[in-house]
Ligand binder design. Structure first.
Ligand code: IPM
Ligand code: MG
Length: 365
């Protein structure tokens, strides 16, 4: 098998430290699998602003388009918080998503038995949660036009505006990802919209319903987003795959993440239509957590979300399901042996730092 090319954008804050140790775990995991990886590093986010004045250069985007998959750590930090919004580190994410046409964002939220008590919800509510948020990532109000802030009433007032917009084909392709994902899981799709108010949601519901006829083996239901926010804390086990818009998915995926106890645990994958040199979707893989500047450089950050993001990369962009599963099992085994980083620490458990946690996971492989 030829070498897979991976672009590593470790980013800011805890990004570089979790990325470094997680790559060691990944290299250990692929040993003997026939998979060979070649890493190239570059800058995105605040570190790119410091060096080039912008969060993502054309050149870096070009590199990202050429590789088989992109690994992203985290972007952002206090140093860049005062910049105008089009220059902020987070723009790197949006440019990568748009530039690589990564329209499908997969955010699994699965409760790990050893972490049951880490959730702020009652154990009987969260026990057994295993859901997947499929968030549309390159459309909707995040990118819709017109957008802006303009003066009105002869400059007496200002008006800020954005546009929520979805076309039939945009809805269909994200819904297809959800139906396909559901087929490999418990065969249930919950499409989330606000069709009682928004025209774009009425179309969303119509198109998802139409596509659902191609998947008679998958149970399709619809829910308004406010109800879904409530149901996620009331009875999260009812959900298998949730498919929704960019904005609703942003909000609901944070809520879903917190059900599992720590946002420090959750991976994500962003996939496009383009296939990589192995015939799998090229994608970008990143932990759901941010750059956590308050703990950066202290060696205490949780690397597990990054390790799990790498396992998603191995599964979706490199087609090695068994390697992905071995990484997930190793993470669960480390937790079952009571090792905890500070974000998931509880009395009576063994507190470890970033490097140690990664070593323990490696040993479990
Ligand atoms: C996320 C984040 C991003 C988003 C921000 C950092 C641009 O919240 O990935 O969920 O809103 O999409
Ligand atoms: Mg978010």
């Amino acid at each position: 098998m030829k070498k897979a090319k991976i672009l590593v954008l470790a980013g800011d804050g805890i990004g570089p430290e979790v990325m470094k140790v997680s790559i060691q775990v990944l290299e250990q995991a692929i040993r003997g699998s026939g998979l060979r990886l070649e890493f190239e590093e570059d800058l995105a986010g605040g570190c790119s602003i410091d060096k080039h004045g912008i969060p993502l250069t054309e050149e870096t985007l070009k590199k990202a388009k050429k590789v088989d998959a992109v690994l992203l750590g985290a972007v952002g930090g206090l140093a860049w918080d005062k910049l105008p919004h089009e220059k902020r580190p987070e723009r790197a994410l949006l440019s990568l998503r748009a530039g690589l046409k990564l329209f499908a964002n997969l955010r699994p939220a699965k409760i790990i038995p050893a972490l049951l008590s880490a959730s702020t919800l009652k154990e009987e509510v969260v026990e057994g949660i295993d859901l997947l948020v499929v968030r549309e990532l390159t459309g909707g109000i995040y990118f819709g036009k017109p957008r802006g802030v303009k003066e009105i009433k002869g400059g007496l007032e200002k008006k800020g505006f954005n546009t929520e917009v979805y076309s039939t084909s945009e809805i269909e392709r994200i819904a297809r990802v959800a139906f396909e994902a559901a087929r490999a899981r418990r065969k249930k799709v919950m499409s989330v919209d606000k069709a009682n108010i928004l025209e774009s949601s009425i179309l969303w519901r119509e198109v998802v319903t139409g596509l659902g006829r191609e998947y008679p083996d998958v149970q399709l239901d619809h829910m308004y987003v406010d109800n879904c926010a409530m149901q996620l804390v009331r009875n999260p086990k009812q959900f298998d795959v949730i498919v929704t818009t960019n904005m609703f998915g942003d909000i609901l995926s944070d809520e879903a993440a917190m059900l599992t106890g720590s946002i420090g645990m959750l991976p994500s994958a962003s996939l496009g239509e383009k296939k990589n040199r192995f015939g799998f979707p090229s994608g970008m893989y990143e932990p759901v957590h941010g750059s956590a500047p308050d703990i950066a450089g202290k060696g205490v950050a949780n690397p597990l979300a990054t390790i799990l993001s790498m396992s998603m990369m191995v599964r979706h962009s490199l087609g090695k399901d068994e390697v992905a599963r071995s990484m997930e099992n190793a993470v669960e085994a480390a937790l079952a042996k009571d090792y905890r980083t500070v974000d998931i620490f509880e009395e009576g458990k063994k507190r470890v730092g970033t490097e140690e946690m990664a070593e323990i996971v490696s040993r479990e492989l």
